[in-house]
Design a protein around this ligand. Structure first.
Ligand code: NAD
Ligand code: TDX
Length: 339
């Protein structure tokens, strides 16, 4: 079995690569990543030592390059993690989100059609459902909740999902889609809430909380997400969507306070800044379909996962420094300087 993993030098993709190498040691893992700002090639240092792993620096928008990899590697399964993934960046510059997240997905699926494939799995997000009101804790996202996106990012991801379903219906491509809630854990780029706050707090820098910090996200430990994707690959039905989440809803301000407490830093570092445009209020996944059909369930409670995550970043400050040198300084100034 040869699995082609795109975006494998990023946060969730790299965790998935390591999960496959550990849990399915007889499989070959072919990683394709353009190495954008969000990637860190050192994340894959250990994988590079494994004879079952091969890495290609390639852009999923490059049809010739992708076709050449298919001709050489003959993947049985493709798992598409490659994407522009940060909502704030999509608000500043939507175009690249449309190119990578929609057109790049089409290039991959065209290659799957041309060379043949057992499964194309699209890694999707719960953001395609829009948001839920804060005063209705009884409401959750189901797989048939209408698509109702807010940001250019979520719109690009929703478009890709629709394209996948269209390729299934029109061409019979064996597609599955998973839609996951917010992930946290090792190797997440420090533009996202949790690693950004850990990084700032570690250096006694202000923690920029958008609005009043009351927006709610549904957090899933990254390894649980990766096990969920593996379960969809092995037990999921083609043409189906599976929601993955673990009922770990937290307001942003709660998360920030937990991080400060764990790091022994004062709450005076919290700084309320201008809200994100179009900021989604609450995400909350109903994962009962994946649990019933795939036998999947998250195993890491948030109270344990957040400790593991903070400990990992404390022990990998060199990795964090690699991510936050160079362009990151400019990004941070532009995103937060005048906020
Ligand atoms: P990430 O930004 O950490 O990693 C994305 C990876 O894709 C990077 O390694 C980057 O170099 C690569 N990439 C970007 N554009 C590319 C291109 N044109 N060609 C090839 N490679 C390219 O993202 P992540 O948080 O790991 O998210 C992975 C996937 O999971 C995305 O599709 C995202 O939409 C989805 N997702 C993320 C979350 C989350 O909480 N992070 C939740 C649900 C779904
Ligand atoms: O500096 C910050 N301050 C802040 O208050 C940042 C970066 C974020 N926030 C808030 C905004 C959100 O309410 O924290 C919450 C989480 O923000 P992000 O980490 O940017 O994640 P989110 O916008 O929820 O999207 C994430 O989950 C779904 C991923 O980035 C997406 O790729 C995924 O699809």
């Amino acid at each position: 079995m040869t699995v082609l993993v795109t975006g494998g030098a990023g946060f969730i993709g790299s965790n998935f690569v390591y999960l496959l190498l550990e849990e399915r040691p007889e499989w070959k893992v072919v990683c394709v990543d353009a190495l954008t700002y969000a990637a860190n090639i050192h994340t894959l240092n250990d994988a590079m030592q494994n004879p079952n792993f091969v890495f290609y620096k390639e852009d999923i928008r490059n049809r010739e390059g992708i076709n050449a990899i298919f001709e050489k590697e003959h993947p049985d399964v493709v798992v598409n993690f490659a994407a522009e993934s940060h909502v704030d960046r999509s608000i500043e510059n939507p175009a690249i989100f449309l190119e990578t997240n929609i057109l790049g997905t089409a290039v991959l699926m065209d290659a799957c059609r041309k060379y043949g494939i057992e499964r194309f799995h699209q890694v999707g997000t719960d953001e395609v459902y829009g948001d839920l009101p804060l005063d209705r804790p009884d409401l959750f996202f189901h797989e048939d909740t209408p698509i109702h996106t807010s940001s250019p990012y979520s719109t690009s991801k929703a478009s890709a999902d629709l394209l996948c379903l269209a390729y299934h219906r029109t061409y019979g491509l064996p597609v599955t889609i998973s839609r996951c809630s917010n992930n946290y854990g090792p190797y997440q780029f420090p533009e996202k809430l949790i690693p950004l706050m850990i990084n700032n707090a570690s250096q006694d820098k202000p923690l920029p909380v958008y609005g009043e910090g009351l927006n709610v996200r549904d957090w899933l430990y990254v390894k649980d997400h990766c096990y969920g994707i593996l379960a969809v690959l092995e037990k999921g039905r083609v043409g189906e969507v599976y929601n993955l989440g673990g009922h770990n809803e937290k307001a942003n301000i709660e998360i920030v306070k937990i991080i400060l407490k764990e790091l022994g830093k004062p709450e005076s570092l919290i700084t309320y800044v201008t809200d994100r445009k179009g900021h989604d209020q609450r995400y909350a996944i109903d994962p009962s379909k994946a649990m019933a059909e795939l036998g999947w369930a998250p195993t890491t409670m948030f109270k344990d996962g957040i400790k593991l995550t903070i400990q990992w970043y404390k022990e990998h400050m060199d990795w964090m420094k690699e991510c936050t040198s160079g362009d990151y300084v400019k990004y941070y100034e532009e995103m937060y300087g005048k906020r």
